[in-house]
Design a protein around this ligand. Structure first.
Ligand SMILES: [Zn+2]
Ligand SMILES: [Zn+2]
Length: 163
């Protein structure tokens, strides 16, 4: 087989990344490609689809819609801020993480798992208060509410309970 033919048949890096993700999810966890932490997938996390690291909160772009593992991108997804789950007009719902793919820019909203560290979530919130204008406009365009300085009490209460 010539080199060229071989290259045609070899799985791309993206395909390998997706396969690795699939295998890891059937093996009780996965290694975070951002920080190297082993992320367990078990009943402790309190949500069916673990899609981000429970140390650094980074994720990977492997889903087009929840849990389908259909995305061709495979890029690293950075936690860029917090939003709230929609629960009617006046009620503030649970905190959700906003992830953005570093490769293609896709945004996704994800539930926080029970064992995600509060300090990392708080850090994401604090960093998001200085989020650049382009990112803010992207969120606005897609109708995603970015938790802002006025939401500090709601964020603190949900993370640490009533002070
Ligand atoms: Zn990590
Ligand atoms: Zn992507």
């Amino acid at each position: 087989m010539s080199n060229q033919e071989y290259r045609g048949l070899a799985p791309s890096a993206d395909e390998q990344a997706r396969e690795a993700w699939r295998v890891e999810h059937t093996e009780g966890g996965f290694i975070c490609t951002h920080c190297g932490h082993f992320v367990p997938i078990d009943e402790q996390m309190g949500t069916r689809n673990r899609n981000h690291c429970n140390a650094c909160l980074w994720s990977r772009h492997v889903d087009e819609s929840k849990g389908d593992r259909a995305a061709a991108c495979g890029g690293a997804m950075k936690p860029i801020g917090l939003t709230f789950k929609h629960e009617g007009v006046s009620k503030i719902g649970e905190i959700m993480l906003i992830h953005r793919c570093e490769r293609c820019g896709k945004l996704s909203i994800n539930r926080i798992a029970r064992d995600d560290p509060e300090n990392a979530i708080m850090q994401t919130y604090q960093d998001s208060l200085r989020l650049d204008k382009v990112s803010r406009e992207q969120l606005l365009d897609q109708g995603i509410y970015l938790a802002n300085a006025a939401d500090v009490e709601a964020v603190q209460t949900q993370l640490y309970g009533k002070q």
